[in-house]
Ligand binder design. Structure first.
Ligand code: SF4
Length: 368
């Protein structure tokens, strides 16, 4: 039986290969080699799978129009796990994509019981400010709030005709006690993904949704619905890529609801030092043992920080890996180095946040 993936869960998949096999996701490895200027996330197999990325690659190479559709769910503080998608968006922006960015305030409201006003404030002060401060040019994005998009709401209700409850139950595991708003929510998500292809926006256009593997249920549903509505709308099946989920410092998935598991983009130096000091590593029980046996970077959360965020240079990363495995580098020193890198990044990010704040206010006014 196929593994169930839950887009609203905090767990992290143990077996990505099995997920790919069960859900027909292709490996990204080969296509990364054909991609011009692949990002570190592509080179390091953090983006490990795709559906129909070929279509997007063709658009990039031929300099044709294509759309990147993405969303942010304003709930809690933004952490390094959330940063992965922003890094991907920046790459696409550098490769001439039209980016549609949805503030999924309805999703926060329905699945996390956050009021629409609170979701709006979190989106502006936390997420959008961080997105811009990290280097995404929001002025060049088609930004909208889910609760305010008539086109998305209308499309969700229209496409709802193509899906029945048994199907939603099979994909999302809804049961008798699931609330009706939550049961309907996947149709809003499907409409978010497909609406850039409506005639009033771009018309049928290659589109891509870069997501963590936990969001795949929405993609499967969106592609099925696109197929069933082909005669009505002429949708091109949305493509997708899948990235690994950022592991948390204490194990499991990095999550806003477990503050010790996450490095938040607004953490203080003291908080970073404490969290890194307590993080799980792949080192030996004693310094002597580690010097003799070496460490295991593949079981180390600190190493993941370097791979995902702190060390964009592949050569430098390889050197650190070798030093760990040979026992030349011990965890105490490695953690100190990670703290130094993190604090440098966060200090710079804090400065960037300050300088983009005004711009975000103006941008939101323009979109209200
Ligand atoms: S030396 Fe660094 S990479 Fe190696 S196990 Fe220790 S903390 Fe992890």
């Amino acid at each position: 039986m196929a593994i169930q993936i839950d887009p609203w869960s905090d767990s992290i998949p143990q077996d990505y290969a099995k997920l790919m096999e069960d859900f027909g996701i292709k490996s990204f490895e080969k296509i990364a080699e054909k991609t011009p200027d692949p990002s570190h996330l592509m080179r390091r197999k953090i983006i490990f799978g795709h559906r129909d990325f070929e279509r997007i690659l063709k658009a990039i190479k031929k300099e044709n129009d294509y759309v990147v559709m993405t969303g942010l769910m304003p709930s809690g503080r933004m952490h390094l796990g959330h940063k992965l998608v922003v890094d991907e968006l920046i790459w696409y922006q550098d490769h001439d994509a039209k980016i549609y960015l949805c503030v999924a305030d309805l999703e926060s409201h329905i699945t996390r019981e956050i009021s629409l006003q609170e979701a709006r404030e979190a989106a502006i002060n936390e997420y959008l400010t961080n997105f811009q401060a990290l280097g995404l040019n929001l002025e060049e994005c088609n930004l909208y709030f889910q609760s305010q998009s008539d086109a998305v709401q209308k499309l969700a209700h229209t496409l709802g005709n193509k899906v029945n409850f048994s199907e939603l139950k099979a994909i999302y595991g809804f049961g008798g006690d699931s609330n009706v708003s939550h049961i309907f929510y996947p149709m809003i998500d499907v409409a978010d993904i497909l609406h850039p292809q409506l005639e009033e926006f771009e018309g049928p256009t290659p589109s891509i949704v870069p997501v963590g593997i936990d969001q795949d249920p929405h993609l499967r549903l969106a592609r099925d619905v696109a197929r069933r509505s082909e005669n009505d709308y002429g949708f091109i099946l949305p493509s997708s890529t899948y990235h690994r989920l950022m592991p948390g410092l204490t194990g499991g998935k990095m999550s806003s609801s477990k503050p010790k598991s996450a490095i938040f983009l607004t953490d203080s130096i003291e908080e970073v030092e404490k969290k890194v000091a307590d993080a799980i590593t792949g080192g030996g029980h004693t310094v002597e043992e580690q010097k003799k046996e070496g460490g295991n970077p593949d079981e180390c959360i600190i190493y993941s920080l370097y791979v995902y965020h702190l060390m964009p240079d592949d050569e430098e990363l390889l050197e650190l890996r070798k030093a760990c495995e040979s026992g030349k580098l011990i965890c105490g020193d490695c953690k100190k180095k990670a703290i130094k890198f993190l604090n440098k990044f966060l200090k710079n990010h804090k400065k960037n946040r300050k300088s983009v704040k005004k711009k975000i206010g103006k941008l939101i006014e323009d979109h209200s």
